[in-house]
Write a protein that binds this ligand. Structure first.
Ligand code: PLP
Length: 360
């Protein structure tokens, strides 16, 4: 039976992408070699990484010669938690962070080793159920760090705040899920495995004037300038994750890009949240105005808590996988990344409705 993959990450990829990727593993474009056994400096992979970077620029409408560079790194988004302050924040400087969840919190913890960190706001006391508002960014901050989508708690910035200083943003779980104005950001990073490709590669988009302003020794492999100068080929990059990411980028372009996928993502999220709000057995955990289009978190309504296991079991029987909520929230989390079809959301919604009819 076909599975409906609501997994939070590594997550669903388009079926056509997986098929093409599988072909490349066996025999890359009739070359008689697997992509996995080819030189990363050969013409095949050079074309792949160049196309991948060009597609990111095209899909995000980054103008040529705007000073932005698309880089392909390893170490996951978690490595960016320290690589960002290491490269951007001098020990005498201050950076501003907003604490909107587990990942933001980890970014703050890592950054503290490199300079002064000011946490402008936090929703930790309310278990990160909302995005704090009304905070002001100090003009002397080197940058403002945000987490655009809080994967675990199901909240997302609907709009990015105006900032007098460059924004650095962790977009791991909503990268390319909607149009953004890249010019508002000094640096964007995203682990691929939520919305772009397989685990093993991290995309970084950095504006070059952000770099070269710290007074510390940067190891070659932890210096963004190495990746700019060597076009992400200073050492062997993760060739396969980059290839699959390129295929996903092609898929997204063919679909119509970020505007089209945003419309689809909104329709999927509306379908599910409408059911969560109408169904007496379920209740959403995130503040409505901050609800994520990517990760919808909900629990059994008061009085029905005992039915949680049963619902998960029925979901599984209906081919729904990855629905169990993160242990810090409990209940359910339906991750609806770009590649998840609306028909999968419909299966979940139908089951919720039917479950309420039988158990309510
Ligand atoms: C998953 C996730 C991370 C961690 O990514 P890794 O690639 O596993 O290091 C960081 N930030 C956000 C928002 C995430 O969703």
């Amino acid at each position: 039976m076909k599975k409906h993959n609501f997994s939070a990450g590594p997550a669903i990829l388009p079926a056509t992408v997986l098929k093409e990727a599988a072909k490349g593993v066996l025999n890359y474009q009739g070359s008689g070699l697997s992509l996995l056994e080819m030189s990363h400096r050969g013409p095949e992979f050079t074309a792949i990484i160049e196309e991948a970077s060009a597609l990111v620029e095209e899909l995000l409408e980054i103008p040529p010669n705007s000073g932005y560079h698309v880089l392909w790194l390893t170490g996951g988004a978690s490595t960016q938690f320290f690589m960002v302050p290491m490269n951007l924040l001098d020990s005498t400087q201050m950076a501003a962070y907003v604490d909107t969840g587990t990942w933001a919190n980890k970014a703050i913890k890592e950054a503290k080793a490199f300079g002064q960190i000011e946490v402008l706001a936090s929703s930790k006391e309310q278990n990160y159920t909302f995005i704090p508002k009304g905070w002001k960014v100090p003009k002397n901050a080197r940058y403002l760090h945000l987490t655009s989508n809080n994967t675990i708690f199901g909240t997302q910035y609907q709009r990015f705040p105006k900032s007098p200083v460059p924004i650095v943003c962790d977009m791991s779980s909503d990268f390319l899920s909607r149009p953004i104005d890249v010019s508002a950001f000094g640096l964007i990073y995203a682990g691929a495995q939520k919305n772009l490709g397989p685990a093993g590669v991290t995309v970084v988009i950095v504006r070059e004037d952000m770099l070269g302003q710290v007074n510390r020794h940067l190891p070659t492999m932890l210096d963004y300038r190495t990746f700019i100068k060597e076009k992400s080929l200073y050492n062997t990059p993760p060739v396969f994750p980059i290839y699959v990411s390129m295929l996903t980028l092609r898929w997204l372009k063919k679909l119509g890009g970020t505007k089209v996928i945003h419309r689809r993502n909104k329709a999927k999220a509306k379908l599910l949240y409408d059911e969560v709000d109408a169904n007496p057995l379920f209740v959403g955990t995130a503040a409505k105005e901050d609800r994520s289009l990517m990760n919808a978190c909900f629990v059994m309504a008061p009085g029905y808590e005992a039915l949680e296991k049963e619902f998960l079991k029925e979901a599984e029987a209906n081919g729904i996988v990855g629905l169990k909520g993160h242990r810090s929230v409990g209940g359910f989390r339906a991750s609806m990344y770009n590649a998840l079809p609306k028909s999968s959301v419909q299966v979940l919604v139908d089951l919720m409705r039917d479950f309420a009819r039988r158990k309510g």
